[in-house]
Unconditional design. Structure first.
Length: 631
């Protein structure tokens, strides 16, 4: 695996720094210990010392603050023994007299405050650590621009002897078109001379565009794994520092290392963090970011025709990128990764489930059909949640129920347990039953999956539908059907309870956005016609200009508002008419929902299927027979 070269011969590796610092500290500690080490002596009782003095065995004594040290008499100094005894807290008045009577030389010792070295040693260690850290930081300050953080450049490549550690195209599912678009880069990196002989130049800049979780980074790693070349990976945010010029230096270092290892791949994730449009936006530009971007542009222009280096970049916001990045000769090839369709989701689930103990692999077909709009990362998370559920119940295989619970958890959130007042619970059942009945009886609506009044995530309940097929365009009939379904919850409350609540807040918001798009974007009303009247979606904080001209008159905006209100009122009237016609079955669904809290499609059909023999209710629940006030 290629490693970053040490371009500074005077710079020692980190381990040598640590070893030197540890050796100095150990030496200082040893000297301090030796300096303060007292001579070997025997500790005895104070009475024993007085006895030795009385018997004349003591030739020399040293009085300390709380102890006495006596030296025995001997002709050979090496045979002198020393004894220490702690003196009593009360001064002995007879001690000095006793010493004098027996001719003992009396000395006193001033209490020691400790050696000078013991005081300066901590400061020496602190200064040593300070200078060591300062030297480490020089690579991040001006004057040390050549140093690159260790995680900025990583030479990862697929070795034939270690296939488990490599990522190839076989590990990327659901993005067949994207794989075909980058497959020719593999041939170029494996045998660049074949292209150079005929004067061909493969694009040096490839921009991977797609929503989060669609596999942009995975596709870049798979490209490196297929070509078996060094893979230099970084993110845009790693170039940004507080000091101007550091990011540009790191860009130069990265491209220099890639040229030395050519053929190679450079991958820059989250390119929009440094590649936003320069010189515009609220508050102007950022010197460090713009210098980094300028250096990237210069490096891309500096590639010679025979340099086998491919630069990949990933972003989910191509609209905010600087136009200079996207011109021919730089990132002029765009590969789009879309959210997977049903078949692609099944393939992605198959890859992520290869090492999972599934009880029946056929369950993945059901999961793939029931997860529209999920990205590859979402599907991986779903299988992981199913495995966690299996482990929590101490199971050995992931069952259909585990997968269903994981799907509900990912789609609707975790079950919340808190007390709900009976009248509030009843209103919730009425609201969700209204959505369910409207979706069941309205032609063209998506098939129902389940309805629940169990709080999950941020919602108190929910009616969930699963589309039978992927939709890439939305026709007017389907949109109006969606509006009827969205407003049916509020219509049911108004029909059966006579009042409405704040529970329809999200329904009204979504319906209003959809109706406004129908009027101002998609030209689905005769009054306004085919004209784009939407408000600007540019964000001045992301690089677009702050000047946002409105583009239409106030009177036109008023007409748009009137058309939106008319569409919403018409949808609510349709929902009210439908629910009034099916009021008896709607009441049955509400009772069943309150009793069971969650109903699947079969249980919903039992209550609402118009072809089945539905026994009329013996009584209408209290409050259901109220007629809403007119107007």
């Amino acid at each position: 695996m290629p490693q970053e070269r040490n371009t500074n011969p005077n710079k020692m590796p980190n381990l040598q720094h640590l070893a030197l610092l540890a050796a100095i500290s150990a030496g200082l500690l040893f000297l301090s210990y030796q300096f303060n080490q007292a001579p070997t002596e025997t500790t005895v009782s104070y009475s024993e010392v007085k006895r030795m003095i009385s018997e004349g065995d003591v030739a020399f004594a040293v009085l300390e603050e709380h102890a006495i040290v006596v030296h025995t008499a001997a002709s050979d100094p090496s045979l002198v023994q020393r004894y220490r005894a702690v003196t009593p807290s009360q001064t002995d008045p007879t001690l000095l007299t006793l010493l004098e009577e027996h001719g003992v030389e009396i000395n006193a010792k001033q209490p020691e405050d400790g050696s000078v070295l013991s005081y300066i040693l901590p400061w020496i260690l602190i200064l040593a650590v300070y200078f060591w850290l300062q030297r480490r930081m020089l690579g991040r300050l001006p004057g040390g621009f050549g140093n690159t953080p260790g995680n900025l450049i990583s030479g990862r490549f697929a070795k034939p002897s270690a296939p488990k550690q490599s990522v190839t195209f076989d590990d990327v599912a659901g993005q067949d078109q994207a794989k075909r678009e980058v497959a020719e880069l593999v041939d170029f990196l494996r045998d660049p001379d074949r292209f150079h002989r005929v004067g061909a130049e493969v694009p040096h800049g490839v921009l991977l565009v797609g929503p989060p979780g669609t596999g942009k980074t995975l596709l870049a790693k798979a490209l490196a794994g297929e070509a078996k070349v060094p893979f230099f990976s970084t993110t845009g945010s790693e170039f940004i520092e507080i000091y101007v010029g550091v990011g540009a230096s790191r860009v130069r270092k990265m491209f220099e290392e890639a040229r030395k290892s050519a053929p190679a791949i450079i991958f820059i994730d989250e390119l929009d963090s440094i590649g936003r449009t320069r010189g515009t936006g609220l508050g102007g530009g950022h010197d460090e970011r713009e210098q980094t971007l300028n250096q990237i542009l210069a490096e891309l222009d500096g590639f010679a025709g025979r340099e086998a280096v491919v630069v990949l970049a990933a972003t989910n916001r191509p609209d905010v990128l600087d136009p200079a990045l996207l011109r021919p000769g730089r990132f002029d090839r765009h590969v789009t990764l879309n959210l997977p369709d049903r078949d692609a989701r099944r393939a992605i689930l198959g890859i992520h489930a290869r090492n999972l103990p599934l009880s029946d692999t056929g369950d993945l077909d059901v999961i793939a059909a029931g997860t529209p709009g999920f990205s590859g990362a979402d599907l991986k998370n779903l299988l992981n949640e199913a495995a966690i559920t299996t482990a929590r119940r101490e199971g050995r295989q992931i069952t259909r129920d585990d997968l269903a619970e994981a799907r509900d958890k990912v789609m609707m959130g975790t079950v919340r347990t808190f007390a709900i007042r009976p009248e509030e619970r009843h209103r919730l059942a009425v609201h969700e039953a209204g959505h369910t009945a409207a979706a069941f009886y309205t032609p063209g609506a998506d098939p129902l999956y389940k309805v629940t009044i169990i709080p999950r995530g941020r919602a108190l309940g929910g009616t969930h539908m699963l589309p039978e097929a992927e939709r890439h365009t939305l026709d007017e009939d389907f949109l109006r059907t969606q509006l009827v379904t969205l407003l049916a919850g509020r219509a049911a409350e108004k029909l059966l309870l006579g009042t409405v609540s704040s529970g329809a807040d999200d329904d009204i918001r979504r319906a209003t956005e959809m109706a406004r798009s129908m009027v101002a974007r998609w030209g689905m009303t005769e009054e306004m016609g085919p004209v784009d009247l939407r408000q600007s979606e540019d964000h001045p904080f992301l690089g677009q200009s702050i000047a946002q001209p409105r583009g239409h008159a106030d009177a036109t905006a008023a007409h748009v508002d009137e058309a939106v209100i008319a569409i919403l009122k018409n949808a609510e009237e349709q929902a009210t008419t439908l629910l009034t016609k099916q009021k008896n079955r709607l009441c049955r669904l509400i009772e069943q929902l309150e009793a069971q809290e969650t109903l699947d499609l079969d249980e919903i059909r039992t209550c609402l299927d118009p072809d089945s023999k539905v026994t009329p209710l013996k009584r209408v629940p209290k409050g259901y027979d109220r007629v809403p006030p007119s107007g």
